[in-house]
Design a protein around this ligand. Structure first.
Ligand SMILES: Cc1ncc(COP(=O)(O)O)c(C=O)c1O
Length: 359
């Protein structure tokens, strides 16, 4: 508390990021980072950009990156004018809340989802209403009935890992044509089969905005790059906010590195496939130990043990230098969210869990 603060600052409840402890030999499975380094094309591009040219401002439109993203999604006929980029998807979401979701009616989002959404509502003074997840932790599309000033959810959702299909998302977009429907796809690249990116909807539904990040499936949490794809109308709204706040949101190194990440298809596929197969193996191992886990379309698993307290397991893992995420909140406090690391890390995690559940 300070007499120098505005009343808004007094009332804020800021987001608490997962810890980034500086401990040697730590197995860090708490913030859903990718266990593999960035593509060699990315590090090369950043090294090249680390030059005398840094004396100049970067391209405020980040045109090179927008066209790399539009090219990557050319199968959905996306053009650069339908792409927005920002300094992390958190920043893209911030502009979205401020520019597209601040309305007279309340914003709707699930009661269990990315915990930054209520924080942005506090910061931007947006009225919101939460919609309870179903008993099985799924998002019930038919529960999003109240009149609203927008809808946002993570798909796949966090921390559950469960996902909606394209046709479920499409039905929401149809039912609420006057609301912006924001699909936060931070983890979509780890999904398979019926679960796909909602970018395929944006040319048909001008109210659908898809956000993504390079922090997870593109191994670049440290570079801070996020994006949104939607109708040119929605994107122009975001550009107006960005250019009234921070026109040079992406630095030159980020523009070059992120563009290279979208060009290296084979490295992307290789890492994503490794994470998916490690995840499936780890889920099978957990099941053998008696854990009950939700199906995961992400690079983490959400799991609980019927006869062991989640907080005790969390603390037991920590004593062995393995950090996972524990949420001390209703409906979450008997679960652990465990990010998928390398095969070796997950084997160690499984071994420690096996010792803990034997006790
Ligand atoms: C659902 C969801 N959305 C967005 C983000 C933010 O990603 P970043 O700010 O690293 O781009 C995260 C990060 O964990 C997330 O879980």
């Amino acid at each position: 508390m300070s007499r120098y603060w505005s009343s808004l600052v007094h009332d804020l409840t800021p987001y608490t990021p997962g810890e980034q402890p500086k401990i040697d030999q730590l197995i860090k499975l708490n913030t859903n980072e990718n266990p593999y380094g960035p593509s060699p094309l990315v590090t090369r591009a950043i090294k090249r950009a680390n030059s005398e040219a840094l004396r100049k401002y970067p391209d405020p439109n980040a045109s090179k990156l927008k066209s790399a993203i539009a090219d990557y999604y050319s199968r959905f006929s996306i053009t650069s004018s339908q792409v927005f980029v920002g300094n992390s998807s958190d920043e893209v979401l911030a502009h979205t809340f401020r520019g597209l979701l601040k309305k007279d009616k309340p914003l709707l989002f699930p009661d269990i989802t990315y915990s930054f959404y209520p924080v942005y509502c506090g910061l931007f003074e947006i009225d919101y209403q939460t919609v309870a997840l179903r008993e099985d932790y799924s998002i019930g599309i038919n529960d999003f009935t109240p009149d609203n000033g927008g809808i946002i959810f993570a798909n796949p959702n966090a921390p559950t890992g469960l996902a909606l299909t394209i046709s479920q998302i499409e039905s929401l977009a149809k039912i609420h044509p006057d609301s912006v429907i924001v699909v936060d796809e931070a983890y979509i690249d780890f999904a398979q089969g019926e679960i796909r990116t909602a970018i395929e909807l944006v040319n048909q539904y001008s109210n659908v905005l898809v956000t993504q990040t390079l922090s997870k499936s593109r191994n670049l949490a440290g570079l801070r790059v996020g994006l949104a794809v939607g109708s040119a109308e929605l994107i122009e709204g975001l550009e107006r906010i960005k250019n009234s706040f921070h026109p040079y949101a992406l630095d030159s190194l980020a523009i070059e590195g992120a563009s290279a990440a979208f060009e290296d298809h084979s490295y992307f596929d290789e890492c994503r496939n490794k994470v998916i197969s490690t995840r499936e193996r780890f889920l099978a191992d957990l099941s053998k130990l008696g854990f009950e886990s939700l199906e995961s379309s992400t690079n983490f698993v959400f799991t609980s043990h019927p006869s062991h307290n989640a907080k005790t397991l969390f603390e037991g893992l920590r004593k062995k230098n393995i950090i996972v995420r524990y949420f001390d909140k209703p409906r979450l406090d008997q679960h652990l969210r465990i990010s998928i690391g390398t095969d070796e890390e997950m084997t160690l995690c499984k071994q420690v869990l096996a010792e803990l559940v034997k006790q």
